[in-house]
Write a protein that binds this ligand. Structure first.
Ligand SMILES: [Zn+2]
Ligand SMILES: [Zn+2]
Length: 394
C-alpha cells in the first residue's frame, strides 16, 4: 500500500501542481468561495466521486468508501479561502484578483486533498472503511467555517473516529513535516475598548476627565492580569495593536479607542481572564472619573492535538517520510479554526514544510510575497492518503 500511494502521488504530482496554480490564480475571500467550491466539485465528479455541496453555503464534503464502508471513518480537512492581500510575487500563477491572494497556502491544502481523493479513489478496494473529505470555507474569518460546518453536521452521518488536517509551514524546509502532541495553537479573542472622559483645553486638566491617562493606566494594568492571575504553566498573550487618542498638543480628546488580542490555551483561564480584564478596566475608568466600554469578540478556541492519535500518526508519518524528515513543533500562539474540530473529535493538525531558501521561498504566511515550494504538494497528497489509510487500519 505504501508503495502504491507513493507511486500514485508521484504520478499525479504535476496535476496537483496545476490544480494549486489554478486555485492560486483565482483566489476568493472567506465565505465567498463559490468558484472554488464549484471547481472542487467538478474535480471530484471527474474522479468519480459525488460530493455533497453547499455545506455551510460554500463548503463541501465527499465520501470515499472502501470495503465495509461503515467499519471506520476518518475525516480529512482542507480549507479553501484566501486573504485580502495584494500579491507581490511575479510568478506565472500570480493572483488574477486585485487585492486577494492565497497567502496562507489554502490553495495548497485544497489541491493536496483533491490529490488524496484521486489516490484513494483508485485504491478504494484495498482498504476497509470510509474517508470523509471536508473542503471548508472561511478559515480566516470569524466565526470560522469549521464551526459552521460542525453545526451543519459535518461530524455526523457518518461520524469520523478522528480528523486530520495539514497546513503549509514556511519555516520548515520542503520535504519535512512537523507534529506536536497536546496543546498546539491558541484561542484568539478580539478586545475592543472605548474609554470615555471629558475632553477640552490641555492647560486645564483639572476641569477635564483625561481619557488618555485613564486608557494608559488600563493598558499597563491589564498586563498585570497576565503576570499575576494567569496559571503560570499556561501560555498566554495579551497584545494591544491600536490605541487612538485623537487630540493634539493642546487638546485632550473626549475618548480613546483601544484594540487588542487575548490568546491562551486553557478554556477555564480564557473565561476567567476575560472576566478580570473587563472588571479591572471598568474599575480603573470609574475610579478616575471616566468610563470604559469593553467588548470581547470570542474567536477560535485553542487547538489541541489528541496525544495518542498524534503519536500514532507521527509514527505513520515516519513510515512514509523517514525519521529524519519528521520534526517536532513548538507551541504557536496563532489561531486556526481547525481548533473547533479538535474540541469535538480526536484530531491531529500537522505542518507541511514548504520552505526553500535556495529558491528564495522564505516569506511568512499572510505576507504579499508568500509562496511555497510546490514539491511539497506530492508529499501533501501522498502522506495524507497514507495517514488516512493507516488510521482506518487501527
Ligand atoms: Zn491564515
Ligand atoms: Zn491558514
Amino acid at each position: 500500500m505504501l508503495d502504491s500511494i507513493k507511486s500514485l502521488a508521484h504520478q499525479y504530482a504535476a496535476d496537483i501542481v496545476n490544480t494549486r496554480r489554478h486555485l492560486h490564480a483565482h483566489p476568493e475571500l472567506s465565505f465567498q468561495e463559490r468558484n472554488t467550491a464549484r471547481f472542487v466539485a467538478d474535480q471530484l465528479k471527474a474522479i468519480g466521486i459525488t460530493p455533497q455541496e453547499g455545506v455551510a453555503d460554500t463548503g463541501l464534503t465527499a465520501l470515499i468508501e472502501g470495503r465495509n464502508p461503515s467499519s471506520r471513518v476518518i475525516a480529512l480537512r482542507a480549507d479553501m479561502d484566501a486573504l485580502p492581500i495584494h500579491e507581490a510575487n511575479n510568478v506565472p500563477y500570480k493572483s488574477t484578483v486585485e487585492g486577494v491572494m492565497h497567502a496562507c497556502g489554502h490553495d495548497a491544502h485544497t489541491a493536496s486533498l483533491l490529490g488524496v481523493a484521486r489516490i484513494l479513489h483508485v485504491l478504494r478496494d484495498q482498504f476497509d472503511g470510509t474517508v470523509k473529505l471536508v473542503f471548508q470555507p472561511g478559515e480566516e474569518k470569524a466565526p470560522g467555517g469549521a464551526s459552521l460546518m460542525i453545526k451543519e453536521g459535518v461530524l455526523e452521518n457518518p461520524t469520523p473516529a478522528s480528523m486530520i488536517g495539514q497546513h503549509v509551514a514556511p519555516n520548515i524546509p520542503v520535504g519535512k513535516i512537523g507534529f506536536r502532541e497536546g496543546m498546539y495553537m491558541a484561542s484568539t479573542d478580539e478586545l475592543y475598548l472605548t474609554v470615555r472622559g471629558k475632553g477640552g483645553h490641555a492647560a486645564m486638566p483639572d476641569n477635564l476627565v483625561d481619557p488618555v491617562l485613564i486608557a494608559s493606566h488600563i493598558i499597563v494594568a491589564l498586563q498585570q492580569i497576565i503576570s499575576r492571575n494567569r496559571p503560570p504553566a499556561s501560555p498566554s498573550v495579551l497584545s494591544f495593536g491600536r490605541f487612538i487618542a485623537d487630540g493634539v498638543t493642546n487638546v485632550i480628546p473626549n475618548e480613546v479607542t483601544i484594540q487588542g488580542t487575548f490568546r491562551c490555551m486553557n478554556e477555564g483561564w480564557r473565561a476567567e481572564g476575560q472576566r478580570r480584564m473587563v472588571k479591572l478596566a471598568e474599575g480603573i475608568a470609574e475610579a478616575m472619573g471616566g468610563s470604559c466600554e469593553f467588548t470581547i469578540v470570542n474567536g477560535y478556541p485553542f487547538l489541541k492535538n489528541h496525544p495518542e492519535l498524534t503519536r500514532r500518526i507521527r509514527a505513520q508519518a515516519v513510515e512514509y517520510m523517514g525519521a529524519d524528515n519528521v520534526v517536532d513543533l513548538d507551541l504557536w500562539m496563532a489561531g486556526e479554526d481547525f481548533a473547533f474540530y479538535s474540541q469535538v473529535v480526536d484530531s491531529c493538525f500537522y505542518r507541511l514544510g514548504t520552505r526553500n531558501e535556495s529558491r528564495g521561498i522564505i516569506s511568512g504566511v499572510h505576507t504579499p510575497t508568500f509562496d511555497i515550494d510546490e514539491a511539497a504538494l506530492e508529499t501533501g497528497a501522498g502522506l495524507m492518503s497514507w495517514l488516512a489509510v493507516r488510521e482506518l487500519m487501527v
